[in-house]
Every structure is written in structure tokens, then in C-alpha cells.
Design a protein around this ligand. Structure first.
Ligand code: FES
Length: 496
């Protein structure tokens, strides 16, 4: 069938078979925000029908305003194209920021560091040994599923090829935007950090061996290659689930201590250092802490609530001090920490009825509504969002327990816990403890996006050689298929 899509000033004609609008758009490299991977929860994949709109679904009636529905707005993930449909889309814009990380480079040339996350792609331009600009965008693959296993499972039906194409286009767009911001003609090298699945898509390698036993990565160790005419360096890959994003993060740490490094993302990875031994493990966590798959979720960008505080009254801080538009991962953790601290949720994570809550100010009680706990105008922490958070916390804590057991380690012998993940920048120890994200009380060091930060330090030979040596010592430990995993996972979903 033929359909037309308007994006800004261009009108694109598309020939498509009947499929979800969201998928069709992605297949044609047209990206709208799809924070909940097409589950009809986030309300961010808005499109407008310029031809006659379909009848809105119940979900749309609850998410979109009457004015929007009347004006032909619908959610792309909830509809299929019909012959001659004509829609307008609002493509996702990358977000720029000025960061100032520590750089190690051989010379003053222009370099790029890229971190391809399952949910977010970030890239930084380095020039004159300084980090000049950073760009972040939602990984457009999210419309094919929030986690790597769902995407790998879709590799039949040509999806492997489509996923490879859209990821490459996104990385190309991102790097081109940075290059145009640099006056340097030639970018000397690009470092690519990513999990092995994203690396496979990036390099056009079949992802099947990662998704099936014995779970084989596309390659092991570091790799130099070419991509779009650029020299590429990929830091060491350890296993099918421990990629160059994790090993790169280790360059930021003081490895003289015994430590536990946790990278919290859609997949959670651990590196445990005990004496001279390094062990790595991974566990699927879910995308909630990246602001994906939760109600009112969004990635860390202007308008996202990233902190909830209480001082006589509830205050929600947003990134850039902008009007609140949604909740990002750190906002979700601090909101849940607050709800647990004031016992507005019970042990199972259920939001209590107002009459069940004792000894809290009326201005908090009145925020308990049928849709959840009201943070800001129309933005709620819903029961669904708390459940999604519980999945991450269950997986994380069960994963740590099993990793410690299997390596004969004790939590008491660990000096520091490093927490990595883009959303961790604004977290505090209190957020972690009160939200029960980790049921451990230790010295926490919050690293932010440690992959991107680490990559900035790998444009010099000495750090690169050092990291490659450390990576050789890392032993991968399988934890997700342990017989007691489920039992621990369920136990840690509860709040204490
Ligand atoms: S992707 Fe459509 S509502 Fe989230």
C-alpha cells in the first residue's frame, strides 16, 4: 500500500505492507520517540493524521488530551497504516551538551568517542585534548524491543538487516553532527564502546550466536577496523554479554582496591575485583532506569524530572529547570526512595490508599490518586512504574548475591561499589538505600556514563595497553541460569 509521511517540510511517499506505523517509520529511517518500545505507555510516539484519523483506542483516550484527539493526534505504536494514509511525524532531536571529562590523547587532533547503548547513543567530540561537545539520542532500535534479547529474537524476517541499517544511520548522523561542529577536516579515530549485540549490529555481524547457547560474542579482545572511511578502535570484549562499554568503564577506577563495579542499564553488568582476580557477570535488568517502559518515562533531557525532594513540601527538580514533561531513571529512583521512606508504598510495592498511610503531611496525602502518586501536573509515579523498578532491583540484587557466592567472595571484603549508568550522575547514597535499589550499605561512587568517560581516556597508547592487559585477567561468570536465581529475584523485588 502507499502512504505519505510529512516531517517538517518534506513529504515522503512510502510503499509498505500492513505493519505497525512505528516499525514502518523506523524501517525508513524516520524516528519518533518510542520510550516504551511501542507498548502504548509513554505517550511520546505522537503523530498527527492529515488524512482521516482512526478511532482512538482507550489507551489514547487516557494519554492524549481531547484537543489532541480532535486534531488528529494518535500514538504511532497503536495503529497500522491503511492505504493512502497521510500522517505528520515529529522526529526525535538529538540533545547536545558541553561536558568536560578527562581526556588522554596522543596529539591535538580531532577524535570521537561513541557509546552505543541499548537505549541511548552518546558521542563526544575531542579536540586539542579537550572534550568539546557531547550529543545524545534515543537508540532508534527501541521500536524493535527494549532489550537485546528481544531484538535478537526478531532477527528472522529481515529484522537483522533493518536493525543494522537503522543503528548505522543513527551512529553516522550522530558522528556527522559532531564532525560538523569541529573545524578540523579529518577525524583521526573513533572509539566505539557498546555491548556485544550493539557491536554486532554496528559491524553488520549476525547476532544469532549471542542469543543462543553457548552465547558467543562477535569477537573477543580489542579490535581495530574501518567504518565509513574512519579508523575505528573497539576496546576489549570479554563475552557475549560483557562488551567494550564495560571494559572501558574500568579505566576510571582505582583498581588497587577490592571493588564491585555495576553498570546499570537495560542489561546490568558487574565486575568484581578481589585481590588479583577479576570476575564479570551480567543479568537482564529492564530499561526502567533509562526512563523507558515506565509511565511518563523519558531519557535524561530537558524537562525530565531527575530528582524528587521533600522539605515541608514535595519538590521535583527537572533537567535544565524546564517545565516537567516526564520522569527519567534517577527521578524514578528518588521518587521511589521518597515513597518508601514515607511508607506510601507497602513491602510489596503497592501504592497504599490514602486512608492506609499514617503520619504524613496532608499535602502528600492529597497526591495519592487513582492513577498513582502525583508528582507534577499530570505526571504520576504509577503502580506499573514501581513494578518495572522492582524488576530491576530484583535482578540486580539477585545477581550480586550469586556473583559473590560463585566466586567465594564476601560483601564485607569489598571496599567500594562503583555505580555506572548515564542516569546515576544525580543520585545520592540515600536514593540507593531508601529505594532499596541495592540492599547493600557501602561506600558508593557514582560514575555517570563510565563508558563514554573511559573512552575519552583511550586515545593514548599507554591507557589502551593498560586496559587491554586488565581485560585479559577478567573471567566471565554465568549467573542468570543459576537454580536459585528466581527465588532470590522474587525475594529482592520486595521493599524493606
Ligand atoms: S512508544 Fe508509543 S506510547 Fe510509547
Amino acid at each position: 500500500m502507499k502512504v505519505s509521511v510529512k516531517s517538517k517540510d518534506k513529504i515522503i511517499s512510502i510503499e509498505t505492507k500492513s505493519s505497525s506505523i512505528l516499525t514502518t517509520l523506523a524501517q525508513h529511517s524516520l524516528f519518533v520517540s518510542a520510550y516504551c518500545s511501542g507498548r502504548g505507555l509513554c505517550g511520546k510516539c505522537k503523530i498527527r493524521y492529515l488524512s482521516s484519523p482512526p478511532i482512538p483506542s482507550k489507551k489514547e483516550e487516557s494519554i492524549l488530551s481531547d484537543g489532541e484527539l480532535k486534531n488528529g493526534f494518535r500514538l504511532a505504536c497503536l495503529h497500522k497504516f491503511k492505504e493512502n494514509d497521510y500522517i505528520e511525524i515529529f522526529e526525535t532531536k538529538p540533545v547536545f551538551s558541553e561536558d568536560s571529562g578527562v581526556v588522554c590523547a596522543e596529539d591535538n587532533g580531532s577524535y570521537i568517542a561513541v557509546d552505543i547503548g541499548t537505549t541511548t547513543i552518546s558521542a563526544s567530540l575531542i579536540k586539542d585534548k579537550k572534550q568539546i561537545k557531547t550529543i545524545r539520542m534515543l537508540n532508534p532500535q527501541v521500536v524493535f524491543g527494549g532489550d537485546v534479547m528481544t531484538r535478537i529474537a526478531k532477527r528472522e524476517k529481515n529484522s537483522q538487516q533493518v536493525l543494522t541499517l537503522i543503528l548505522n544511520k543513527a551512529v553516522k548522523d550522530t558522528t556527522e553532527k559532531l564532525i560538523s561542529a569541529s573545524r578540523e577536516k579529518k577525524t583521526k579515530e573513533i572509539i566505539v564502546c557498546a555491548n556485544p549485540t550493539m557491536l554486532s549490529y554496528f559491524l553488520g555481524i549476525d547476532t544469532k550466536p549471542i542469543g543462543e547457547y553457548p552465547y558467543t560474542p562477535p569477537f573477543k579482545g580489542a579490535k581495530k577496523t574501518k567504518w565509513n572511511g574512519f579508523d575505528i578502535y573497539i576496546p576489549p570484549v570479554i563475552s557475549a554479554f560483557i562488551g567494550s562499554d564495560i571494559t572501558t568503564g574500568l579505566i576510571n577506577l582505582d583498581i588497587s582496591d577490592n571493588f564491585l563495579f555495576i553498570d546499570i542499564g537495560t542489561n546490568c553488568e558487574f565486575v568484581l575485583k578481589r585481590n588479583d582476580n577479576f570476575y564479570a557477570a551480567s543479568i537482564p535488568g529492564g530499561p526502567a532506569l533509562e526512563g523507558v517502559g515506565i509511565d511518563f518515562g523519558m531519557t535524561a533531557q530537558e524537562g525530565a524530572i531527575d530528582k524528587v525532594e521533600f522539605d515541608k513540601t514535595l519538590k521535583c527538580r527537572t533537567i535544565g529547570n524546564k517545565k516537567p514533561e516526564g520522569i527519567t531513571g534517577s527521578g524514578l529512583i528518588s521518587a521511589i526512595a521518597f515513597l518508601n521512606r514515607f511508607e506510601i508504598i507497602d513491602k510489596s510495592g503497592r501504592i497504599k490508599e490514602a486512608w492506609e498511610v499514617e503520619d504524613i503531611p496532608f499535602n502528600l496525602l492529597s497526591r495519592i490518586k487513582k492513577d498513582g502518586f502525583l508528582l507534577e501536573n499530570g505526571i504520576y509515579i504509577t503502580q506499573n512504574s514501581i513494578r518495572e523498578f522492582q524488576l530491576v532491583k530484583g535482578a540486580l540484587n539477585a545477581g550480586i548475591d550469586i556473583l559473590l557466592q560463585k566466586t567465594g567472595s564476601k560483601i564485607n571484603n569489598i571496599e567500594k561499589i562503583y555505580i555506572s549508568g548515564g542516569f546515576t550522575k544525580s543520585l545520592t547514597k540515600q536514593d540507593i538505600i531508601y529505594s532499596n535499589l541495592l540492599n547493600i550499605d557501602k561506600e558508593f561512587v557514582f560514575l555517570g556514563n563510565s563508558a563514554l568517560k573511559g573512552a575519552l581516556k583511550l586515545f593514548c597508547k599507554k591507557n589502551r595497553a593498560y586496559l587491554e592487559e586488565v581485560a585479559k585477567k577478567i573471567e566471565y561468570i554465568e549467573i542468570a541460569n543459576q537454580s536459585n536465581f528466581q527465588e532470590l529475584y522474587i525475594k529482592y523485588m520486595d521493599f524493606i
